[in-house]
Write a protein that binds this ligand. Structure first.
Ligand code: ADP
Ligand code: MG
Length: 701
């Protein structure tokens, strides 16, 4: 058999075997020795510090106490049943509380014995307690072996515990792992980088992360491994970017011609904002350079991204190319199509719409026009990616709402021309800088950070259920002025049935409060057939109805400038970016617009912060920062495809400085050695060379 290494299947590890290997794969995705090595502890019990009971405080995240278990009793009935352990040291008493495994615990706990307990201190009725503490019989003068001063705690699951793979069990496997493959792993970074940045060598870090001797060593190890995680993501992203600009000569858009100029000087119904002008200049500069444009345009809802996209497309047309715009939903594609057609008027450029619901025969016409080059601009949905769609000469692709499309789809569009078209990606979801660097590190970023002049900031208020009548009164006032109102309900898969019931109840109240024929209500929700949805939506757009009751389907899409009030029911159940997107549906016209957040009176800390943030600011970037802090990147749009979720240690919220530092390191690296040709960069070259798969992590043995 091959010598044991990080690529050895996990069943060959001493103490694992086929059954345990199976659950390790299933539950933790651990297939190999290397996977186990990378299963880092998620925290450490600080065995160097002990607290006295008197010192415990509910603000402490966790604490460790030595004392004696003096008495155990079972209290309560059925669901309220619990086991209480009375625990004492020389300064006070602590109640240990268990709600589960009571039968087993009653047998296992040794009344009268000394224990080390570890858990989060709580106070209830003036009594200190810990729920489900970790317990270990205290042996004075026990040898420190296998019980390091910082004891690792590993993620595990119920199922793994059944196989004796609780945190301690995994710790044992880690020890066995070190015994079998040693503690020497191939360095991944070039030596000079390790030295320059005073990083802990990889081998040392991989040992220390599991068995740190002290907190300083742990901090160094964590730093080193975070550095690695971020470094290799940036290396790949920036390498791609470099390749794209070098290998793929972009179409050169030399001229700003008739189409662009006519539109700009004669058709554009408003003056561009400075931010719009700046972004158009950036696009113009990129496309004139002969390099491949790969740009992300971030702009808050209503910042006017469409016209920027359109002007970029006109630039393409002026230079003899076609352009296309892809939107994530049919509604949005339609809207883009209509607003672009309207802006262009007749004759400036030809535009067509291609979506799933375009009839076959119309489609054929479009296909033909595309291929013979008579069609200038194609707007559509995923239908654009289909193989049947072939362009005569595609020069620019605009993708709206990037996060809904995968990288693969981007690539497909890219291949639609021999010379890849320029790529412009638009997103209305402001992404904090750090995240953008990681998610879209291969793109340049432009920001439209200014709303068109004359737009009044939306006023946002937060009302409790008790103010519902006041809210209805306000709606009536606005409708009386000729305005329209959205009312949005949450509809979440997990609670779909309840949510729909709630929506129906709300609708009934509304119909009583706003009776026909004076008031007309549209209703749109995700469970309706597309045809009905569209019909209802159109009624609202045509102002045949004053109120639109909807679930989040209106999150993207619909542009009804006359709608001036957005009521969000159960606002505490929406995420921040969703709330912000919804609010962006109003404030599109000249009138003062309002957003009313309705919520129950009992709010958790985070819900409260979300609603407060919404009331405080209209700035999408500020909101995105709060969102990132609240939720972490995992829930943010777009993260699935980016590798950010594979980050085990680095945290994009708290490690912004490190990320910037690492990115600059990689930029400098490519600046000095773009092809990684220098011997000292050999490891990185190997890592990026696809013909030798698996170099790097898999081969570190
Ligand atoms: P978003 O960035 O959300 O996609 P849109 O492109 O849909 O925004 O623009 C929102 C509205 O603002 C549209 O009706 C558009 O015509 C209008 N608009 C765009 N730019 C300007 C501007 N510079 N001045 C006035 N109105 C503008
Ligand atoms: Mg838009």
């Amino acid at each position: 058999m091959a010598p044991l290494s990080t690529i050895t299947p996990i069943e060959y590890l001493k103490g694992v075997g086929p059954a345990r290997a199976e659950v390790l794969k299933e539950e933790l995705g651990i297939h190999t020795f290397g996977d186990l090595l990378k299963h880092y502890p998620f925290r450490y019990i600080d065995r160097t510090e002990f607290h006295k009971i008197k010192q415990l405080h509910p603000d402490m995240a966790a604490a460790q106490v030595i004392g004696r278990l003096v008495h155990v009793e079972e209290l309560g009935e059925r669901r309220g049943k619990r086991l209480i352990g009375h625990f004492r040291d020389d300064t006070g008493t602590l109640e240990l509380v268990w709600f589960q495994s009571i039968g087993w615990l009653k047998k296992a706990l040794q009344v009268g014995a000394a224990y080390i307990v570890y858990g989060k201190p709580n106070v209830f009725n003036n009594q200190l307690s810990m729920t489900h503490p970790e317990m270990e019989v205290y042996k004075a003068n026990s040898p420190q072996q296998g019980n390091p001063s910082l004891q690792p705690v590993y993620n595990t699951t119920e199922k793994l515990r059944k196989f004796a793979l609780d945190s301690k069990g995994i710790q044992k496997l880690q020890t066995a792992l070190q015994e079998s493959i040693g503690t020497q792993f191939g360095e991944t970074l070039p030596d000079y980088i390790v030295h320059q940045h005073r990083l802990m060598p990889l081998s040392q870090a991989l040992v220390a992360i599991h068995f740190p001797r002290n907190s300083q060593e742990l901090a160094h190890a964590v730093h080193r491994l975070k550095f690695d995680e971020l470094f290799f993501i940036q290396l790949k992203l920036l390498k791609n970017k470099l390749l794209n600009t070098q290998k793929f000569k972009g179409h050169r858009f030399d001229t700003v011609g008739h189409t662009f100029n006519t539109f700009y000087h004669e058709q554009l119904p408003f003056a561009l904002t400075d931010a719009q002008k700046r972004v158009i200049k950036e696009i113009r500069r990129d496309t004139a350079s002969g390099a491949q444009l790969n740009r992300l345009v971030q702009g808050d809802v209503g910042s006017g991204k469409t016209v920027v996209a359109l002007m970029a497309m006109l630039l393409a047309i002026d230079n003899g190319f076609q352009a296309c715009l892809m939107a994530p939903t049919e509604i949005l594609a339609q809207q883009h199509y209509h607003s672009i057609s309207k802006l262009l008027g007749n004759g400036t450029a030809s535009v067509q719409l291609l979506t799933g619901s375009v009839p076959r025969k119309d489609r054929r016409v479009i296909h033909a026009q595309l291929e013979d080059g008579t069609l200038d601009i194609l707007v559509g949905t995923h239908a654009l990616i289909e193989d049947a769609v072939r362009f005569h000469n595609l020069g620019l692709v605009v993708i709206d709402e990037q996060h809904r499309f995968g990288v693969e789809q981007r690539a497909k569009l890219w291949r639609k021309n021999r010379t890849p078209p320029h790529m412009l990606v638009m997103t209305a979801t402001p992404i904090p800088r750090t995240l953008a660097m990681t998610l879209y590190g291969d793109l340049d970023i432009s920001v439209i950070d200014e709303l068109p002049a004359g737009r009044k900031p939306i006023k946002t208020m937060h009302l409790y259920e008790s103010s519902r009548l006041r809210m209805f009164g306000f709606m009536k006032e606005e409708i009386g002025k000729g305005r329209q109102v959205y009312i949005v309900y949450p509809l979440i898969k997990e609670s779909e049935k309840m949510d729909l019931l709630y929506l129906e109840a709300g609708l009934e109240t509304l119909q009583n409060e706003f009776p026909r024929p004076q008031y007309q209500i549209s209703i749109v929700h995700g469970k309706m057939p597309a045809k009905d949805k569209d019909f209802e939506m159109q009624r609202f757009v045509k102002h045949e109805t004053q109120i639109m009751v909807a679930t989040t389907v209106i999150e993207v899409g619909v542009d009804v400038p006359n709608a001036s009030v957005m009521v969000i029911e159960n606002a505490e159940r929406f995420g921040l970016s969703q709330l912000h997107q919804l609010r962006g549906r109003v404030g599109r016209g000249a009138e003062q617009s309002y957003c009313i957040l309705m919520s129950g009176s009992k709010l958790g800390k985070e819900s409260k912060l979300r609603l407060e943030t919404m009331v405080r600011t209209n700035d999408g970037f500020e909101i995105a920062e709060v969102d990132l802090q609240l939720r972490g990147p995992g829930d943010l749009a777009g993260t699935q495809q980016s590798g950010v979720l594979d980050l085990k240690l680095a945290d994009l919220t708290t490690d912004q400085a490190l990320l910037t530092h690492v990115r600059n390191t990689v930029i400098a690296l490519f600046g000095a050695d773009p092809h990684l040709a220098r011997p000292e960069n050999g490891r990185l070259r190997d890592y990026l060379t696809p013909s030798e798969p698996g170099i790097g992590w898999e081969k570190i043995s």
